[in-house]
Design a protein around this ligand. Structure first.
Ligand code: A3P
Length: 836
C-alpha cells in the first residue's frame, strides 16, 4: 500500500512538470513567431513574374510603386501562388463559352486565333462535368477563360474543387468576364470571393493603374477623358489585398453612388486577383472586350497568366501601302490639298512610329490624266518623291491574270520602270503589288516570272490567301522565291488622314499582327510565312475572278490512285487508262509516270505546275482525269493538301497483304542495287533492332511503315468523307482484274461501262493479266513489275504476320466501320492468325 502511494506521488509530480514544460514551450514559440512575422516582408508581395520576356521588356509595373487607387487592403492569410507550369511544349487555352454563337465567345476566339494561340472551346457546363484536364499526368491547359464568370463561381462543389485544384497545382490562371444585363443585380458579392460587383453603370475618364502587374503591351501613362461606351459597366470593389485594380474610371454621373461609398472615386472595371486569397491568379473584366483597351488588357492578361508562354512580342512593323497613285477617274484623284494631308499625316505618324513612311504604289500611264488640279497633285507627289517609298503596280493598271504571255507582262512592267526612271522614282524596292491582287493568289506563274526578270521583286502581298475572310486566317507563302506577305487590314486613306487617325493607329489588329519573317529590300516589314497550300480557285468567287480565263479547274483530276507502293498500282493505272473515258496525267520527265505533287517539293511549284500535267478535257462531265502517285498513301501531309485542292476527288487505295508488300519493296530495292538490301537478308532487314545502322533502319521503315494501313487511312478520313474512299483488293486485282475493274467503274460512276473481260488477257509467261492487243496478243507491264524472286522464308513470314496482327485488326475494325468489303487477303490472314 505504502509503495502504491509513493508511485502516485511521483506520477503527480511528473504531470505538473509536464504542464510546466508545455507552457514554457508555448511562450517561446509565440515569441519566435512574433519576431519572424514582424520581420517578414509586408503583405501584397507580387506573385511570381512571368519567366520569359516574350522578346521584349518585362512589364512596366515590375518593381513599381502601387498607387493607392483601390480601397486600402487589410492583412489576411496569405496564399502562395504556384509558378506557371512550363512543362507543356505547346500551351493550350481552355475557353468556356456560353454557346457556339455567343458574341463575346467569338471575340475571345478571334483574338486567340489572330495571336495564333492554340485553344479549345467548350460550352460552359452549368451542372455536369468538366472536360478532362489532364493527359497522362500532364496538364492539358495553360489558361482557363470563362466568357461568363458566373458559370465558374456557380459550378457545383465537386467540379469547382476539381478545377481550382488543377489551377492551383499547375499554376493555371483564370480570366473571366462579367457582362451585366438589365436583370443583373445592381450590387452583389461574387459567390465565394471577397469581391463585390456593382453593375449597369455609365463610366468616364479611364485610368490605368501603373502598379497592375499584368501590364505589358498596355502602357499606363495615358488617361483618357470622356465617357466610356455604353451604360452597362460593372465595377469591382474589395478590401482584400489579393485584388489589384487594372483599369479604373469615374462614374458618369457627378453624384457619388450610395453603394459605392460616399466619395466620387475611381472604380475598377478590370481587376487582377494576385492569388493571395486561394492560390489562383485571375483577371476579371466588368464588361466584354469590345472596348479597345479591354482587348489590350485581355492580351496582357493571357501573357501574364501563362508566364508569357502565350505572348505577343512588343515589336511591331507597320507598312502602309497607299495603292493606285496616279490611277483613278477624273474627279477622284489626289489634289495638292490631299498630298499635303498625306505629308502631314506622315509627319504626325512619325511622332508615334519612328521613320514611318507611306509606301506609294504607282501606275505611270495615268500620270497627268486628271483635272488640272489633280495634275498639280501628281506634280506635288513627285516633288516630294524622296519623302515617300515607292513600289510599282502595272504600267496601265491592268490585271496580270488576264495576260497569258510573260513577255506582255514584262513589257508592261518595263514601261512603268521607264516612267519611274524618268521621274526620279526609286526602282530598287524589291516589292510590288498587283492591281486587284490579281495573279498573286491563285498563283499566275507568268506574273512571278515577269516580276523577277524586270523588277527583281522579292516580296509582294495579298489578302486573298487562303481566303479574304476571315482576315485573321490570312497567311503568307513563298512562290518561286517571291515571298507573299498577307495584308491584315485595309483602311480608306481619307479615314487615316482625316477622321480616325488615332483609332486607326490603335487598331486592335495592329496589336494582333504576329511578328513574322520576311524583309523586303528597303522596308523593314517583317511578314508572316506559311507554306503555300494550293486551294481550289473554283470554290471561291473572288479567286475565280482573279484567275486566268485560260485556266480551268476542269484540268484537275477527278480521282487519285494513292498507293501504297508495290501493291499493284502500275497494273491498276494501266487498266484504268484502257477505259475510253478515263485519262491519266502526262508522264513526268523526272518521276516517269508519277507527278508526286502533294507529297514533296513539287508542291511549292503551285497549281499551274500541277495543272500542266493534265490535258483540257473534251467533255467536262464525262471525262475522268486521274493521277497515280503511290507514295501519297503514307505521306501524312498529303491528305490535307489534296483535299484543299481536290475536295471532291475520289480516292482509290490498293491494299495487299502488308507482309507481301514489304517483301516486294525489299526486292524492288535489291533490283535497284540498294547496297543495304543487297548486303542484308529480308529477315535481317525486318528484324533489325534500334541499334542497327541508320541505313538499315531506313530500309526497314520503308518496308514496314506503309503496311500499317489503318493508321494511314485514318489520316485520309480526316480530310475526305468515307464515301469518297474506295479500298481496292490488290490480291483480287492480280487474280481477277475484270471483277475489280467493274467495282471501280461503279464507284467512279464512269460511263460507258467498259468490258474488261474482253480487254484483258492472262499471259502464262508473265504470270499476270495484261492488256489484250488487237489479234489477242498481250501487252504486259515491264520487267520491273511482277519480278521473279524466291519465296519468303517461313520464319520471316511468321515474324511479319505477328508484326502486322494488331494493325490488321485495326484495319478490320475500320473497314467494318466504313462499310467497305474486306479484301480477301485480310479475311485469310485474320482467319489463319486466329487459329495460331
Ligand atoms: P512484284 O514485282 O514484287 O511481284 P506497283 O506497281 O504498285 O509497284 O506494284 C508492283 C506489283 O504489282 C508487282 O510486285 C506485282 O506482284 C503486282 N501486280 C499485280 N498485278 C500485276 C500485273 N497485272 N502485272 C504486273 N504486276 C502486277
Amino acid at each position: 500500500m505504502g509503495l502504491w502511494k509513493l508511485v502516485r506521488g511521483v506520477r503527480q509530480l511528473e504531470l505538473h512538470r509536464l504542464i510546466l514544460v508545455l507552457i514554457v514551450f508555448c511562450l517561446l514559440s509565440m515569441a519566435f513567431l512574433a519576431y519572424f512575422v514582424s520581420n517578414s516582408p509586408k503583405i501584397k508581395e507580387a506573385p511570381p513574374m512571368p519567366f520569359s520576356d516574350c522578346g521584349g521588356v518585362v512589364a512596366a509595373a515590375a518593381g513599381g510603386q502601387r498607387a493607392p487607387l483601390f480601397l486600402p487592403p487589410f492583412t489576411v492569410r496569405q496564399r502562395t501562388v504556384k509558378a506557371v507550369d512550363n512543362s507543356r511544349t505547346e500551351p493550350v487555352v481552355l475557353v468556356f463559352v456560353e454557346s457556339i454563337y455567343s458574341q463575346l465567345g467569338q471575340e475571345i476566339v478571334a483574338i486567340l486565333e489572330s495571336s495564333r494561340f492554340r485553344y479549345h472551346t467548350e460550352i460552359a457546363p452549368s451542372k455536369g462535368d468538366m472536360p478532362t484536364l489532364m493527359e497522362r499526368d500532364i496538364a492539358r491547359y495553360a489558361l482557363v477563360i470563362y466568357e461568363n464568370i458566373l458559370k465558374y463561381v456557380n459550378l457545383d462543389a465537386w467540379n469547382r474543387d476539381l478545377l481550382d485544384k488543377y489551377c492551383a497545382e499547375f499554376g493555371v490562371g483564370i480570366i473571366g468576364f462579367f457582362k451585366a444585363n438589365e436583370n443583373s443585380l445592381l450590387s452583389a458579392q461574387l459567390k465565394g470571393f471577397p469581391l463585390f460587383l456593382h453593375s449597369n453603370l455609365g463610366l468616364r475618364d479611364y485610368h490605368i493603374n501603373p502598379a497592375a502587374p499584368l501590364l505589358y503591351i498596355t502602357k499606363p501613362n495615358e488617361v483618357e477623358q470622356g465617357p466610356l461606351p455604353g451604360d452597362d459597366w460593372t465595377v469591382f470593389q474589395s478590401n482584400h489585398s489579393t485584388y489589384e485594380p487594372v483599369l479604373l474610371a469615374l462614374t458618369k454621373s457627378s453624384e457619388a453612388l450610395a453603394h459605392l461609398g460616399p466619395h466620387r472615386a475611381l472604380h475598377a472595371t478590370v481587376v487582377q486577383d494576385l492569388g493571395l486569397h486561394d492560390g489562383i491568379q485571375r483577371v476579371l473584366f466588368g464588361n466584354n472586350i469590345s472596348f479597345w483597351l479591354h482587348k489590350l488588357i485581355f492580351v496582357d492578361a493571357i501573357a501574364y497568366l501563362t508566364g508569357k508562354r502565350l505572348c505577343l512580342s512588343l515589336e511591331r512593323h507597320l507598312l502602309v501601302d497607299v495603292d493606285d497613285i496616279f490611277v483613278g477617274k477624273e474627279g477622284t484623284r489626289m489634289k495638292v490639298t490631299d498630298v499635303k494631308a498625306l505629308l502631314s499625316t506622315q509627319n504626325k505618324l512619325q511622332t508615334l512610329v519612328p521613320n514611318f513612311t507611306f509606301n506609294l504604289g504607282f501606275s505611270g500611264k495615268f500620270y497627268h490624266a486628271g483635272t488640272e488640279e489633280e495634275d498639280e497633285g501628281d506634280d506635288m507627289l513627285l516633288q516630294h518623291r524622296h519623302e515617300f517609298w515607292w513600289f510599282p503596280h502595272m504600267w496601265s493598271h491592268m490585271q496580270p491574270h488576264l495576260f497569258h504571255n510573260v513577255s506582255v507582262l514584262a513589257e508592261q512592267m518595263r514601261l512603268n520602270m521607264q516612267f519611274a526612271q524618268e521621274h526620279g522614282i526609286p526602282t530598287d524596292m524589291g516589292y510590288a503589288v498587283a492591281p486587284h491582287h490579281s495573279g498573286v493568289y491563285p498563283v499566275h506563274s507568268q506574273l512571278y516570272e515577269a516580276w523577277k526578270s524586270v523588277w527583281g521583286i522579292t516580296v509582294t502581298s495579298t489578302e486573298e490567301y487562303p481566303h479574304l475572310r476571315p482576315a485573321r486566317h490570312r497567311r503568307g507563302f513563298i512562290h518561286r522565291g517571291i515571298k507573299v506577305k498577307h495584308c491584315h487590314f485595309t483602311v480608306k486613306l481619307d479615314n487615316l488622314i482625316q477622321k480616325n487617325m488615332k483609332e486607326s493607329i490603335r487598331f486592335a489588329c495592329v496589336l494582333l499582327i504576329r511578328p513574322s519573317v520576311f524583309k523586303s529590300k528597303k522596308n523593314n516589314a517583317k511578314l508572316c510565312y506559311c507554306s503555300l497550300s494550293s486551294i481550289n480557285p473554283c470554290h471561291d468567287k473572288r479567286h475565280k475572278d482573279i484567275w486566268s480565263k485560260e485556266k480551268t479547274c476542269d484540268r484537275l483530276p477527278k480521282f487519285l490512285v494513292i498507293g501504297p507502293q508495290k501493291t499493284g498500282t502500275s497494273a491498276l493505272h494501266s487498266f484504268l487508262t484502257l477505259h475510253p473515258a478515263i485519262t491519266s496525267n502526262f508522264p513526268s520527265p523526272v518521276t516517269f509516270e508519277e507527278i508526286q505533287f502533294f507529297n514533296g517539293p513539287n508542291y511549292h511549284d503551285g497549281i499551274d505546275w500541277y495543272m500542266d500535267f493534265f490535258p483540257f478535257p473534251s467533255n467536262v462531265s464525262t471525262d475522268f482525269m486521274f493521277e497515280k502517285s503511290a507514295n501519297y498513301f503514307d505521306t501524312e501531309v498529303v491528305p490535307k493538301r489534296a483535299a484543299a485542292l481536290l475536295p471532291r476527288a475520289k480516292i482509290l487505295a490498293l491494299l495487299i497483304n502488308p507482309v507481301d508488300r514489304a517483301y516486294s519493296w525489299y526486292q524492288h530495292q535489291r533490283a535497284h542495287q540498294d547496297p543495304v538490301a543487297i548486303n542484308h537478308t529480308f529477315h535481317e532487314v525486318v528484324t533489325a533492332g534500334p541499334s542497327a545502322s541508320k541505313e538499315l533502319l531506313t530500309l526497314q521503315n520503308r518496308s514496314l511503315k506503309p503496311g500499317t494501313y489503318a493508321t494511314h487511312l485514318e489520316h485520309w478520313l480526316v480530310h475526305y468523307q468515307a464515301r469518297q474512299l474506295h479500298i481496292v483488293d490488290g490480291t483480287l486485282l492480280r487474280s481477277n482484274p475484270a471483277l475489280v475493274m467493274d467495282g471501280i467503274q461503279q464507284f467512279l460512276g464512269v460511263t460507258p461501262i467498259f468490258n474488261y473481260t474482253q480487254a484483258l488477257v492472262f499471259d502464262e509467261g508473265k504470270g499476270f493479266w495484261c492488256q489484250r492487243l488487237e489479234g489477242g496478243r498481250p501487252k504486259c507491264l515491264g520487267k520491273s513489275k511482277g519480278r521473279k524472286y524466291p519465296e519468303m522464308a517461313p520464319e520471316t513470314r511468321a515474324f511479319l504476320t505477328e508484326y502486322y496482327r494488331e494493325h490488321n485488326l485495326e484495319l478490320l475494325r475500320l473497314l467494318n466501320l466504313l462499310g467497305q468489303a474486306l479484301p480477301t487477303w485480310l479475311r485469310e490472314e485474320l482467319q489463319s492468325t486466329s487459329w495460331s
